[in-house]
Design a protein around this ligand. Structure first.
Ligand code: HSE
Length: 445
């Protein structure tokens, strides 16, 4: 190896929790490899954490520990600030202050960038510093690098990802053990997958933050979390997971972004996926992202979307990138959102009514003559074509002598507003006895 002639880059870390500890550990363990790759050392010199005593125990005497994050930002020795505080509040302020102080920033904070990315990337560009965020999407999977650089020749057509491990764990358990949502959520919390307050995970918000970032990079549009359609998994019922399986599908919480006629789709919701697709077989807390490019075709990225060292892997990859590029003319660096800031697209994010997809419908109906004809008639009237129909025997659904049954219908693609209209009419039929369940279906072909 040629002699390392460059001084190490010096790093300040804001917040040493699970991921921060992983960053420290992996940097220590793999320093020699990292230096050979980066061409210089990467030195963690200062850590800020509210619990100074605990942080000092974690990093030992060679790293300075302070209680005030602003002392890290003000430290002239620090070249790169890693923000691992999370949230939109103090983290936003500190990131903007670090940028203003001329520091490069590495962050795992998807919420911050999905909501305030436009402001933060603009500030970084005008100050000539980098904001790197590989760890913000799908933890250890290098999906940002793949989208921004590896697939740069492509016109990206769509991305569909399982990008929240907690919900994928819950759905996997519901399917394999036939349990209800509430029981599995408790188990996920006991195992430490779900947070004590798992709202962002189970309501789809965390996945929406991540798909918002991927959408911006894939299509060269600004980050627009406020335009994302978000549905979580809290209303999913075990019986729909069962019926989907009988029809050859699995239900996954997907983050989807797609180039469509007139705009970009940006949505998170549970979806039926054909069981034969690789992504349908991603189980437990794992993440996976499918990207369709016009030149490359379909590509799939799989791995751990959370955890100490997997996320640290992404943070350190960003540190190496910054270490390699921080002396380069800012105009020659890879743009934050893959496209040159002056070449962003004004394509709108489409309202959900204009999104075209196919559907799974479950209707609890009276088991009497003409019901199926009336229901399918309303779909035909709305121009919605049926792909498959499954009707259970009434006894199987409601017990011996029951006069109710479940009617399950899979449709072909149609605009969501057509489906909304047809559903309102179906719901009004006297023989439809309960609120209709509607789950979108994605063939991902
Ligand atoms: N809570 C997330 C998940 C990990 O369950 O995947 C961090 O984004």
């Amino acid at each position: 190896m040629s002699k390392n002639i460059f001084a190490p880059v010096r790093v300040g870390l804001l917040g040493i929790g699970t991921v921060g500890t992983g960053v420290y550990t992996v940097l220590e363990r793999n320093q020699e490899e990292i230096v050979r790759r980066a061409g210089r050392g990467i030195e963690l010199t200062v850590v800020a954490d509210l619990d100074v005593e605990r942080a000092s125990r974690l990093v030992g005497p060679s790293v300075k520990v302070v209680g005030d994050a602003r002392a890290v930002i003000a430290d002239p020795q620090v070249d790169i600030v890693i923000e691992l505080i999370g949230g939109y509040g103090v983290a936003r302020q500190l990131v903007l202050e670090a940028i203003a102080a001329g520091k490069h920033v590495v962050t795992a904070n998807k919420a911050l960038l999905a909501v305030h990315g436009t402001e933060i990337f603009a500030a970084a560009s005008s100050r000539g510093v980098m904001v790197a965020f590989e760890a913000a999407v799908a933890g250890g999977i290098p999906i940002i690098k793949a989208l921004r650089e590896g697939l740069t020749a492509n016109r990206i057509e769509w991305i569909a990802g399982i990008i929240n491990g907690t919900t994928n764990f819950i759905l996997s358990e519901m399917r394999s053990k036939g349990l209800g949502f509430d029981a599995v959520l408790k188990e996920a919390q006991r195992l430490g997958y779900a947070e004590a307050d798992p709202t962002f995970d189970i309501e789809g918000v965390d996945a929406a933050h991540k798909v918002t970032l991927m959408s911006a990079i894939a299509f060269g549009i600004p980050v627009q979390f406020d335009k994302a359609h978000i549905e979580g998994i809290t209303r999913l019922e075990a019986q729909d997971i069962r019926y989907a399986e009988q029809l050859g599908y699995r239900i996954k919480l997907l983050g989807i972004t797609k180039r469509a006629v007139g705009g970009i789709e940006l949505r998170v919701h549970p979806a039926l996926v054909p069981a034969k697709r690789l992504i349908a077989n991603v189980e437990g807390a794992m993440n996976a992202v499918v990207v369709q490019g016009d030149a490359v075709g379909t590509t799939l990225y799989y791995g751990k979307g959370a955890g100490s060292e997997p996320t640290a892997s992404a943070v350190i990859a960003d540190l190496v990138d910054v270490a390699r590029l921080h002396t380069v003319d800012p105009l020659n660096r890879v743009p934050h959102l893959a496209f040159q800031p002056g070449a962003m697209s004004a394509l709108p994010v489409l309202p959900m009514g204009e999104v075209c997809t196919s559907y799974y419908l479950r209707l609890r109906v009276a088991d009497e003559a003409g019901v199926l004809a009336r229901v399918t008639g309303l779909l035909a009237e709305a121009g919605i074509s049926i792909d498959a129909v499954l009707q259970r025997e009434a006894d199987e659904v409601g017990g011996e002598g029951s006069n109710q049954t479940d009617l399950i219908i899979l449709t072909h693609d149609c605009p969501e507003q057509h489906m909304n209209g047809a559903m309102a009419k179906m719901q009004a039929l006297p023989s439809v006895l309960a609120p209709i369940t509607r789950i979108r279906k994605e063939e991902l072909a």
